[in-house]
Structure formats: structure tokens, C-alpha cells
Design a protein around this ligand. Structure first.
Ligand SMILES: Cc1cc2nc3c(=O)[nH]c(=O)nc-3n(C[C@H](O)[C@H](O)[C@H](O)COP(=O)(O)OP(=O)(O)OC[C@H]3O[C@@H](n4cnc5c(N)ncnc54)[C@H](O)[C@@H]3O)c2cc1C
Length: 404
């Protein structure tokens, strides 16, 4: 029988993450929304606590970095609730607190997820304490990530990287960036590899930070690579260009990170629903989960519809993470989760602003902020339209050349 409860072993983790979100993130949420680009120094203590928990083994997947695929979990290993599920559960709770602050958490960047997904054991150990951003997007390359122009040329035992990366989350603050670059543009997508580039490497510079609609506490940087040399052993995965493997190696990271972004949307939408229910009940609106929506007030019916959307997004997210834990191919489910959660995350947070009227729009409450924060979750790590394309390709059995 399918159990839709959170696994018992993760309940303490979820409880801790919720406490952290309520007591440490919420109180500074508005402050760093208004002080865009100011470093949320309060997070240093929190990051140290998470490091401590991870080192003691007390907290599997306490943050976004816990997405390494466990080799022991094969068909024979039985059903496993592992680091991927733990990560989405804790990320969801933390984003009930604040998405921008979660994205600003030291050593929990999307680059850390990439390292966890594809690094060999030596690299995983070497980059264990590094806070890593993820640099894929370029001025001429967003959704079409196979079109990357940044180059990496082998020179002796180093790669020389040249190019420009934009919209790098935590790019100003992190210790290193996982950079996607091509070894040979003539060989297409199979030649795209990822490289860990430490921040102090000569030839790498942060050019500017963006001003944004939402997640303002998270810095978003443009980074230039000008003859930037990194050791050959900083290439993640295999240096071989295998046309049969194609883009699959590089794209595999997304199977782990898209459920995390879906979890961010689910957490932020949950925050909006919880506060909206409180405000509606305070205004005398009765929401009855046991009666059909059609016999309730329009506000209650709308609220119940949003709850249903939230539930669907939540369950898809857990399914995608659970499949990763159990080494089941989950590209389809990861994109479904991201598409559903990204879209309903925006719908719900904006719907909550609408239901609460002037209170929803005012800065006295965080509802207006959450409606701004949630929009990015339907854009980065693949937009809504791109997720739908991926889902359609997978279901119809078409390649990216056949359906684009
Ligand atoms: C705050 C923020 C943080 C970010 N963080 C990172 C990061 O850490 N690392 C990183 O590498 N990138 C990051 N990005 C970049 C983000 O991943 C890209 O913005 C995203 O992939 C979309 O690319 P684009 O902006 O170039 O839009 P485009 O690809 O130009 O798309 C524009 C529109 O066209 C649609 N579209 C494109 N192709 C198709 C198609 N084939 N069919 C139908 N519709 C299509 C898109 O869905 C979108 O609506 C970030 C962006 C923002 C705003």
C-alpha cells in the first residue's frame, strides 16, 4: 500500500527545518528583501549548524547538497527513503521560511548538487566544504543549454576557460562555480562538460549583480572567464567526448536538482496557504475540508482548489525524489514535478494575494513577497515551457531534434 505520510525517520529533520524556517529565516525575511545585495550574516551560524549535523551523520540531506545517488540502492536493495527525499523535505520546510535565504545558504548551492551528482569520490572529498554556484546560462544561451559558447581548452594538465556566464545564483558569495563549457564546439552537445572553478582563480571575475523582482536576498551574478586556468582534475565526470552519451551526462544533474526547485515552490506556496487560511478565518471565512467546495463560500472554494493543486505538486515532487533515491530513471517525473510545482507555486501565491485583498498586497504581510519570490521557481532550472517539452518528448518517445 502507498503511504502518503512523510517517512517516520525524516520527521525529526522536517521538524528541525520547520523550526529553523520559523525562528531564523522568517524574522529576517523582510530585512533582506529590502536590503538587496546585503549579505545575510545570520546564515553563517545556521550553515555551521547544518555542517555539524551532516558531519555527525545526524541529518541526512539537511540541505540542497544532499543529492548524491547511492550506489548501494539497486533493484535488490529494497525500497529506500534516502538523501534525495530528505533534501526535498527539508528544502520545502526551509522555503516555507524564505526561498531567497535558502538559496543564500553557504555550502548548499545548486553547484553543490551538481558536484554531489557527478563528482568521483576524490572530487567529492576535495570539494566537500566548498560553497558552489552553478553557471550554465550565457548572454546568448538560456533554455537552449546545448548552445553553450564558453570554451575549455586542454593545455598541459590544465583547462583554459573563456566565456561569460550570467544569472549565477550565489555567484558573488560562493567559493567556487560549476561552469558548463564546451571542449569542442564542432562536436555539439556531447562536448559540453562541467568544471569546478574556485573563486580566487586568476582570470575569473564577478562583473555585476542583478536587481530582481523577487528572491532579493539571493545574489545573482555575471561572471567573466578570461583565460582562466583550472587543473584538469576539476573536470566533473569523464573527459571523453562520447557522441553516444550525448548530453545525457551533463543533463543528469537536472534529474536531482529539478525536484529540489519543485520543493522550493511547494514550500513557498505552503507558506502562502497557511497565512491566507489564518487571515480568512480571522475575517470569518469558514473553510471546511470535509464538504464539497461548491457548497462553500467563493473564497473557501478557491482556497480548497489551491490546496488541491498544492497537494498534486507536493506528491509529484516526493515521487521524483524517491525515484532518484531508488535509482529509477526519473527525468520525466523530475520535469513533471518542476512544471506542476513551478506553475501552481506562482498561481497559489498570487491567488493568496488576491484572496486577502489589500492585506495581500501590503508589505505588512509577506504574501506579496512570496508572490514575487515564487515566480523564479517557474523559470530557473528550466522554464515551464521547457519542462512541458521534456515531458512531451518522454511520453511521445521523440528526441530533442524531433520536438522543439
Ligand atoms: C534569479 C535568477 C537566477 C538564476 N540562477 C541561475 C543559475 O544559478 N545558474 C544558471 O546557469 N542560470 C541561472 N538562471 C538563468 C535561468 O536558468 C534562465 O533564465 C532560464 O533557463 C531561461 O533562459 P532565458 O532567460 O535565456 O530565456 P529563454 O530561453 O530566452 O526563453 C524565453 C522564453 O521563451 C520560452 N522558450 C524558450 N525555448 C522554447 C521552446 N523551445 N518552446 C517553447 N518555449 C520556449 C521560455 O520558456 C521563456 O518563456 C537564473 C535566472 C534568474 C532570473
Amino acid at each position: 500500500m502507498i503511504s502518503l505520510e512523510n517517512p517516520k525517520k525524516f520527521r525529526p529533520l522536517v521538524g528541525q527545518a520547520h523550526q529553523v524556517a520559523m525562528n531564523m529565516l522568517r524574522p529576517i525575511s523582510r530585512k533582506y528583501d529590502q536590503a538587496e545585495h546585503a549579505y545575510p550574516k545570520e546564515l553563517d551560524m545556521l550553515a555551521a549548524m547544518i555542517d555539524g549535523l551532516s558531519e555527525s551523520g545526524a541529518s541526512e540531506g539537511a540541505g540542497a547538497a544532499g543529492v548524491r545517488r547511492d550506489e548501494s540502492a539497486g533493484a535488490d536493495a529494497g525500497v529506500k527513503n534516502g538523501a534525495n527525499l530528505a533534501s526535498v523535505l527539508s528544502v520545502q520546510e526551509m522555503c516555507w521560511g524564505d526561498v531567497g535565504l535558502l538559496l543564500s545558504m553557504p555550502r548548499q548551492g545548486l553547484g553543490n548538487s551538481a558536484i554531489a551528482s557527478v563528482a568521483n569520490d576524490e572530487q567529492a572529498a576535495r570539494f566537500a566544504d566548498v560553497w558552489a554556484g552553478m553557471a550554465i546560462t550565457e548572454p546568448g544561451t538560456g533554455s537552449d543549454s546545448a548552445n553553450i559558447k564558453t570554451t575549455a581548452v586542454l593545455d598541459g594538465d590544465e583547462y583554459v576557460i573563456n566565456g561569460e556566464k550570467i544569472f549565477v545564483t550565489a555567484g558573488g558569495r560562493c567559493d567556487a562555480v560549476v561552469v558548463w563549457a564546451t571542449l569542442d564546439r564542432d562536436l555539439g552537445r556531447a562536448a559540453i562538460k562541467s568544471f569546478v572553478v574556485p573563486k580566487d582563480t586568476p582570470g575569473m571575475r564577478v562583473e555585476r549583480l542583478e536587481h530582481k523582482l523577487g528572491i532579493r536576498s539571493s545574489d545573482t551574478a555575471t561572471i567573466i572567464f578570461d583565460n582562466c586556468r583550472v587543473p584538469a582534475e576539476n573536470l566533473l565526470g569523464s573527459p571523453e567526448i562520447d557522441p553516444k552519451q550525448g548530453f545525457a551526462g551533463a543533463m543528469a544533474t537536472f534529474d536531482n536538482t529539478r525536484p529540489l526547485v519543485a520543493a522550493m515552490a511547494v514550500g513557498c506556496a505552503r507558506a502562502s496557504l497557511d497565512l491566507t487560511r489564518e487571515l480568512l478565518e480571522h475575517a470569518g471565512v469558514v473553510i471546511d475540508y470535509d464538504r464539497p467546495a461548491v457548497v462553500q463560500s467563493a473564497a473557501a472554494a478557491r482556497f480548497l482548489q489551491m490546496e488541491a493543486d498544492w497537494e498534486a505538486a507536493h506528491l509529484l515532487t516526493l515521487e521524483a525524489a524517491w525515484m532518484a533515491d531508488n535509482r529509477k530513471p526519473n527525468s520525466l517525473e523530475a520535469s513533471m514535478a518542476k512544471a506542476k510545482a513551478g506553475r501552481v507555486g506562482s498561481d497559489i501565491t498570487l491567488g493568496c494575494v488576491e484572496l486577502c485583498g489589500s492585506l495581500g498586497f501590503s508589505e505588512n504581510e509577506l504574501l506579496e513577497k512570496w508572490s514575487r519570490d515564487s515566480k523564479i521557481l517557474d523559470i530557473f532550472e528550466g522554464t515551464q515551457q521547457i519542462q512541458q517539452l521534456i515531458v512531451a518528448r518522454r511520453i511521445l518517445g521523440l528526441t530533442s531534434a524531433q520536438l522543439r
